[in-house]
Design a protein around this ligand. Structure first.
Ligand SMILES: C[S@@+](CC[C@H](N)C(=O)[O-])C[C@H]1O[C@@H](n2cnc3c(N)ncnc32)[C@H](O)[C@@H]1O
Length: 282
């Protein structure tokens, strides 16, 4: 079943949290000049999105996310770094295009770095390939990202950010995401991994989060709720980062209260930011 199209959701509150984390992690990783780095995206989407086109324009989910930040002059530095990347994809001051995770990575990575992208949906994969164009750093495969990940680890560069952003349109995605992370870590323990998940009143979500929190890894969990749990449906999103850069916790701490005040309804649950050592100590 491949009915999920990310174009409907581009730039929404979950994209803001996910791409904020991606920007902060990659900006840290590229600081080591001359060192090779690979960006692996198991569920890449289209690469970039035109917010004026029908899919994105239909529900205008970007109004719950990037639109709220676009005109602000009081962005905390971490959020500013993310919005600057979105601005770099737009001409002038009008918000028309929203970069997906691959376009964000392509903007931050240098010529010597590599992007390896997986996208299963035939139309999205074709758009992703078109977006990649002649960028020699980018390799696109229309394959199952979960299944392919194991085969490409460890990367020759020995340094990588692996983004896992499944749509969870099938229940099995929850268990597969966890199993993929566990398998991947066996082959490449030092990689940085970032898994996105929705906040939903579903048993599968609670179970996934519980199991992620019990993994014997150094990790950072961040969750941002934008609507009260009683509202039903997707009320926010989370990111689970394994081997987070050392300053990520502090960067998120410094902007989450602001982000919550701008994106969340007053009675939404407070954000969560939990750092864990490999031995489980918080
Ligand atoms: C949440 S979207 C990705 C958004 C993208 N990571 C971003 O931030 O711009 C999930 C994508 O995964 C694709 N997909 C679903 N199952 C997949 C699989 N097994 N392997 C690779 N891609 C898959 C969907 O077609 C969809 O484009």
């Amino acid at each position: 079943m491949l009915s999920y199209r990310h174009a409907f959701h581009a730039g929404n509150h979950a994209d803001v949290l996910k791409h904020l984390v991606e920007v902060l992690v990659l900006q840290y990783l590229v600081q080591k000049e001359g060192k090779p780095l690979r960006y692996i995206d198991t569920h890449a989407g289209e690469g970039t999105y035109d917010l004026r086109k029908s899919f994105a324009g239909k529900n205008r989910e970007f109004d719950t996310g990037i639109s709220q930040l676009w005109q602000r002059s009081d962005l905390p530095p971490a959020v500013q770094a993310y919005v600057d990347v979105v601005r770099s994809c737009n001409k002038a001051d009008t918000l028309q295009r929203y970069p997906g995770s691959p376009a964000i990575a392509a903007h931050i990575l240098r010529p010597e770095h590599r992007l390896q992208l997986f996208e299963l949906h035939p139309e999205d994969a074709a758009r992703l390939q078109k977006w990649a164009g002649r960028d020699r750093r980018v390799h696109v495969a229309q394959e199952d990202g979960f299944g392919s990940l194991n085969a490409i680890l460890p990367p020759v560069e020995k340094r990588a950010l692996v983004m896992l952003d499944p749509p969870y349109e099938v229940k099995a995605d929850y268990a597969t995401a966890l199993a993929s992370l566990q398998l991947a870590r066996k082959k490449f323990a030092t990689g940085v991994y970032a898994l996105g998940y929705p906040l939903l009143a579903r048993e599968e979500v609670q179970l996934l989060v519980k199991k992620l929190e019990a993994l014997p890894v150094k990790s950072l969990l961040v969750e941002l709720s934008v609507r009260p749990a009683a509202a039903g449906g997707m009320t926010g999103s989370g990111m689970f980062v394994i081997n987070p850069p050392w300053q990520l916790q502090q960067q998120l701490e410094s902007c989450l209260p602001w982000l919550q005040s701008v994106l969340a309804e007053p009675d939404a649950a407070p954000y969560r930011l939990i750092s864990r050592e490999e031995n489980g100590a918080v």
